[in-house]
Write a protein that binds this ligand. Structure first.
Ligand SMILES: [Zn+2]
Length: 405
């Protein structure tokens, strides 16, 4: 019996000591970071779609909180803001959240969302050296794309053709080796600085993901002299490509931030949801969108903020329902009172001077008034007490006196 007790106590102590460790290990990874959370995992977990997520984030920011503000980046936000006072604060946050302050090709890390259409590849995020996309599909002779991207490009091309334009696919998927050759050729031809601004280094090209297509109008052969941005086809793309899941990846006004020349021909597949959200929110740079809504730590933050926001909305709704119920109750009382004002019996009891307010409504001729009722009870009690005390202090002593006499 004694042994059993000792074992029991030991196991209980061990379990209670282990419990917080188990909880901690499920919440944090080895280096004390929150586990990686992708946009799609997040949306599934929260049971919302991207549009609802963005609406909620916008509602939260209207309440004065920046939902993509990450505490650990505070000093970097401040430093970047001092360097770039021209950038709106919301954008400062998103740029820092994806490490734009490190400078191109510094602090390089693995491209996040590697197996999703949301993958971010740029001068700070690269693809693993052995990484190759699978099941690629042809979009033109010798040009392949990721199957989902290819399917959507085909639909877009069909729409473009229906508009009377003819599309010429200049480039799509490129292997790491091919990218390296293009970069070195460009460097030889035009020097390092020019090459850096027009070609990605090996492992840093979006073309390697199979999600990109470089297109021109059929009548233009070469990218460099195309002036593609001035064509009707380009204008059509800027207004419609999002409906097929494509975005312009290197917009003119953000050259300093994406690090390339304006590339009106380079269209990246990110899926219809993201492309449409960017179009609706008027966010033109993918880095900006990514830093605002997709970075893992932002998603962790959003989980907490959205839960709180939903609780707040539920409270507001409950309060509104209670208010509506109260208003209904008052309206009902008023209605009752109005009806009883019209009855003659009421006029006889109250006289013509009383108007039909809520309190007088309870003075219905058929009902017992609780105020009057309480008064009757009090009077009756006082009378009973008077009789009882008379009996005890006067009648009984008198009887005793008589008997004694
Ligand atoms: Zn391109």
């Amino acid at each position: 019996m004694k042994t059993f007790t000792i074992i029991y106590i030991t196991v209980a102590i061990l379990l209670s000591a282990l419990q917080p460790m188990v909880i901690a290990s499920s919440a944090l990874t080895d280096d004390g970071q929150l586990p990686y959370l992708s946009l799609y995992e997040f949306l599934t977990e929260m049971e919302i779609d991207l549009e609802e997520y963005i609406t909620l984030m916008n509602e939260i920011s209207k309440s004065g909180v920046y939902p993509h503000f990450l505490d650990e980046n505070t000093s970097r936000y401040e430093a970047y803001q001092r360097e770039h006072p021209e950038i709106p604060y919301e954008q400062i946050l998103s740029f820092i959240n994806i490490g734009m302050d490190y400078g191109f090709y510094n602090n390089i890390t693995l491209a996040p969302d590697l197996y999703e259409v949301s993958v971010l590849v740029n001068k700070n995020f690269n693809l693993p050296s052995q990484w190759e996309p699978e099941n690629m599909e042809f979009v033109s002779r010798g040009r392949t794309m990721n199957p989902e991207a290819a399917e959507h490009f085909d639909l877009m091309r069909e729409a473009i053709t229906n508009e009377g334009f003819e599309v010429h696919v200049i480039s799509a998927y490129r292997s790491r080796g091919r990218q390296a050759r293009i970069f070195s050729d460009e460097m030889e031809l035009r020097g390092r600085a020019a090459a850096e601004r027009s070609v990605a280094r090996a492992g840093h090209s979006e073309h390697q993901t199979g999600l990109v297509v470089d297109i021109l109008h059929r009548s233009y052969g070469s990218l460099r002299y195309a002036n593609f941005q001035e064509t009707e086809l380009f204008r059509w793309l800027t207004q419609n490509a999002h409906e097929y899941g494509f975005i312009l990846r290197y917009p003119d006004e953000y050259q300093e931030y994406h690090g390339y020349i304006f590339e009106p021909w380079h269209w990246r597949y990110v899926g219809i949801e993201i492309a449409t959200a960017m179009f609706n929110e008027k966010i033109v740079l993918y880095e900006d969108f990514y830093g605002r809504y997709i970075v893992s730590d932002v998603l962790h933050n959003a989980k907490e903020l959205i839960t709180q926001h939903r609780e707040y909305l539920a409270e507001v709704a409950a309060q509104e329902a209670a208010d509506a119920q109260e208003a209904e109750r008052l309206a009902l009382l008023e209605e009752e009172s109005r009806q009883s004002t019209n009855t003659q019996s009421r006029q006889m009891i109250l006289g013509p001077s009383t108007d039909g307010n809520a309190i007088s409504a309870s003075l219905d001729s058929e009902a017992i008034n609780p105020v009057h009722y309480r008064a009757y009870i009090t009077i009756l009690t006082l009378i009973a007490l008077y009789i009882l005390s008379t009996f005890i202090f006067i009648v009984i002593p008198k009887i005793k006196e008589k008997r004694g006499a």
